[in-house]
Design a protein. Structure first.
Length: 276
């Protein structure tokens, strides 16, 4: 696979991920129920794709599965315990952790250009959320930060375990759905069937298919390439909400979002041109 194809898959994955905020705003469900039903839908997609999933007791494999499940559940908890802006911003500290984990686990290094791109993107993220970031919700902020660490670990370990990469995401989603099942069962009678159907569809199109693309692309690009290209997701998310629901973004959000898009997509374009 060409590098350009892998980067295109990463961009499509980020765009599909970004649709979550719009559709989640349209339903009235407990966040734990949303996480469980969404992961159930994603697990089905991966099961159909893999057909005969493999299991083994490798340390990186098991760590990847646990990290994936923690990433999803802790992020949902963070949304409840702190502001959405704090949760998103802190989860997307993931590139910093990818630099560390990638070096020790994958022996992948970053260039000065990568460091500049990371700083530029983080400055853009700061500007994007500048009107909404706060010191509110200490434990929620800690939870979101740990979710970001888990996101980084998932990215690095999917690349590390190339022969079992799809199974990491499959079993990660399956475990998440099982953990959330008691909440789904308890709230089933009070939940709208339309809302549940929307979230199940979200699991397929906003979680399952994007992670298929992300996992496939990680076989051909470095972990830092994948995570930085995915940074367009948090700025596209409120863009769809603005276009379809009318929630207005501030001026700094527009400036910061533009910086994130330029930094992420510009770096991806530059890297794939260099590789060609």
């Amino acid at each position: 696979m060409k590098a350009s194809t892998a980067y295109l898959m990463l961009v499509i994955a980020a765009i599909l991920w970004s649709l979550g905020g719009l559709f989640i705003k349209l339903v009235d469900l407990n966040p734990i129920i949303i996480a469980g039903v969404r992961s159930f839908g994603a697990a089905i997609i991966f099961l159909f794709y893999i057909k005969k999933p493999k299991w083994y007791w490798g340390k990186y494999f098991i760590t990847g599965i646990i990290s994936y499940s923690l990433m999803v559940i802790l992020y949902v908890l963070a949304i409840r315990l702190t502001t959405a802006a704090n949760a998103i911003f802190l989860q997307f500290t993931a590139p910093l952790w990818v630099v560390i984990f990638g070096y020790f686990i994958l022996k992948e290094t970053v260039t000065k250009f990568d460091i500049l791109a990371i700083l530029f993107i983080f400055l853009g993220m700061g500007l994007f959320f500048i009107d909404e970031l706060s010191f509110y919700g200490f434990w929620g902020n800690i939870t979101a930060l740990i979710s970001g660490v888990c996101f980084a670990l998932v990215t690095v370990l999917i690349r590390k375990e190339k022969d079992y990469s799809f199974e990491i995401v499959l079993f990660g989603n399956a475990i998440t759905a099982l953990i959330c099942f008691p909440f789904i069962f308890a709230g089933f009678g009070n939940s709208s069937s339309i809302d549940l159907l929307i979230i199940f569809a979200l699991g397929i199109f906003q979680l399952g298919i994007p992670y298929l693309l992300y996992t496939k692309a990680l076989k051909y690009v470095k972990a830092i390439d994948a995570i930085l290209t995915g940074m367009i997701e948090p700025v596209l998310n409120p863009l769809w909400v603005f276009l379809f629901i009318g929630e207005v973004m501030g001026e700094w959000a527009f400036v910061g979002g533009s910086m994130v898009l330029i930094g992420s997509l510009g770096r991806a374009y530059f890297n794939q041109k260099v590789k060609e």
